[in-house]
Ligand binder design. Structure first.
Ligand SMILES: Cc1cc2nc3c(=O)[nH]c(=O)nc-3n(C[C@H](O)[C@H](O)[C@H](O)COP(=O)(O)OP(=O)(O)OC[C@H]3O[C@@H](n4cnc5c(N)ncnc54)[C@H](O)[C@@H]3O)c2cc1C
Length: 329
């Protein structure tokens, strides 16, 4: 048992227990979402003591240097004095500029950060409402190609943030943004390398932006983008991607419908199944995976077994918050 000191109080953290679960168990109200060290929305700061290195994995070096860590993957062996993130360091005020309907269940939210905000297409941000609810969204715009950053939000049944976005989020609404985070973006080090992209649901937004970014940076190798949905109504950016395929000879777009209604020009298959059937040997290929966590985690394994180098696999599983045992965060 080790002690965690927060807001002048002492809490205990059991053997093998992570700091987030320990504090939630003792009814401390905290922001969190994926509980897997992915979304970084539970970010906190160590003021005294040392967090294990694993608790800082994936954090920007500037945050690591300041002692920030992720309580959801922090299993300390010695006592820690911690504090909530200093808003100024962690969050940037922003305001909504536009909410664009892209499909029945997808909205693109453009926002204007109140200060310089440098990002790469495909990285993600934590978007926090003024009542403290925070969720993670991937950047579906390309700096230099779009004047303002934007994220694609998919409507989730009973989902708090996504329903808020769909139920009339308006331009001018104030938000706070943390980030950019994540490594799922294009690096122009091997311009002729074949690239395979697989996404489902709103994962398309990030992938299409990464593809446009790569092409704008002179990527010459083939780029195949597979986007999957259950019904044709879930496909989006079709016109934009068809045009991209016409203008960039090395870009191919593969719309996939896994339900019974695949239309003309659409593969009647899951996107990952279609991609692996078309590309059984992935040796030397760069892989980008975005969307529902089960698909992304499964495709990551399958890509590795098909010969892709782990260092060449960029995956962002959209881990949902497990709301069955709501801690109201
Ligand atoms: C790295 C990363 C990137 C992401 N990028 C994107 C992105 O670009 N676009 C995007 O749309 N999403 C993205 N997500 C997911 C996003 O962060 C949210 O999890 C998602 O929008 C759902 O949030 P919500 O508040 O609407 O739903 P929540 O309120 O968090 O609900 C989550 C799920 O629980 C279910 N649920 C609700 N109530 C209950 C209940 N009582 N019992 C059981 N289940 C319940 C809901 O149906 C929903 O499926 C990303 C996540 C991560 C980790």
């Amino acid at each position: 048992m080790v002690q965690i000191f927060l807001d002048g109080q002492a809490y205990d953290c059991g053997p093998g227990e992570n700091v987030l679960d320990a504090l939630l168990r003792q009814d401390v109200a905290l922001s969190f979402s994926c509980k897997k060290g992915v979304c970084q929305s539970c970010l906190m700061k160590v003021d005294a003591g040392e967090a294990p290195a694993a608790a800082q994995e994936g954090l920007r070096d500037t945050l690591r240097e300041q002692g920030y860590f992720l309580p959801c993957v922090c299993r300390p062996s010695t006592a820690l004095k911690i504090s909530r993130p200093d808003d100024a360091a962690a969050y940037l005020p922003a305001r909504v500029l536009a909410v664009e309907p892209l499909a029945e269940t997808i909205r693109r939210v453009f926002f204007e950060p109140s200060a310089a905000f440098q990002y790469r297409a495909g990285q993600f941000v934590n978007m926090r409402r003024r009542d403290g609810l925070a969720r993670t969204y991937s950047l579906a715009t390309v700096p230099g190609q779009e004047p303002f950053p934007g994220v694609d939000v998919k409507l989730m049944p009973g989902g708090r943030m996504s329903n808020w976005v769909f139920d009339g989020l308006t331009p001018g609404t104030a938000l706070d943004i943390q980030g950019p985070n994540g490594a799922c973006y294009y690096v122009p080090d091997r311009p002729d390398q074949p690239i395979l992209m697989i996404g489902n649901g709103s994962g398309l937004g990030a992938l299409a932006a990464i593809a446009r970014d790569a092409l704008a940076q002179g990527h010459t190798g083939p780029i195949d983008l597979y986007h999957g949905t259950r019904y044709p109504a879930g496909l989006y950016l079709r016109g934009e991607l068809a045009l991209l395929a016409e203008t960039a000879a090395n870009f191919r777009y593969h719309p996939c419908v896994s339900g019974p209604e695949a239309g003309d020009g659409q593969r009647a298959a899951r996107a990952d199944d279609a991609a692996f059937a078309d590309h059984p040997d992935l040796t030397g290929r760069r892989i980008f995976l975005c969307g529902h966590a089960p698909m992304v985690n499964g495709a990551k394994r399958a890509a590795y077994l098909a010969g892709a180098d782990l260092a060449d696999i960029y995956a962002d599983p959209y881990e949902l918050q497990d709301r069955r045992h709501d801690h109201a965060a």
